[in-house]
Design a protein. Structure first.
Length: 116
């Protein structure tokens, strides 16, 4: 069974709907690898950056636009791909509590609890 991780709420704080499915356990091993996480983050960015300009605007964020400030490190009112990547990396660092390069179901549950 594939487990979906909703990363945006935890790391980017735009809410789970914006991620378009989150990171998926694509190989079915019951864990999320760094490669699976990174592939999902890239896919999410591509889907959210509708105009392809490398910036996520409030309009592209839709209903979650008010939450942009959390990830907007330089305060320009938009999220760059670098800011998005930094938030993803921060989430991964917290979620992969044992540092083994995989997020287990237990680690996921802890990360999900922490984001609430």
């Amino acid at each position: 069974m594939k487990r979906t991780i909703f990363l945006i709420a935890a790391s980017f704080t735009l809410g789970t709907a914006a991620l378009a499915g989150g990171a998926k356990d694509t190989n079915g091993d019951g864990q999320i690898s760094k490669a699976e996480h990174d592939a999902s983050a890239t896919a999410a960015w591509t889907k959210m950056d509708k105009d392809g300009n490398g910036q996520l605007s409030a309009a592209e964020a839709g209903a979650d636009a008010a939450k942009l400030k959390v990830a907007d490190a330089n305060g320009d009112g938009q999220i760059s791909q670098a800011e998005f990547g930094a938030q993803k990396a921060a989430w991964w660092a917290k979620a992969d509590a044992d540092g083994n390069g995989m997020v287990s179901k237990t680690e996921l549950a802890s990360a999900d609890t922490a984001k609430r």
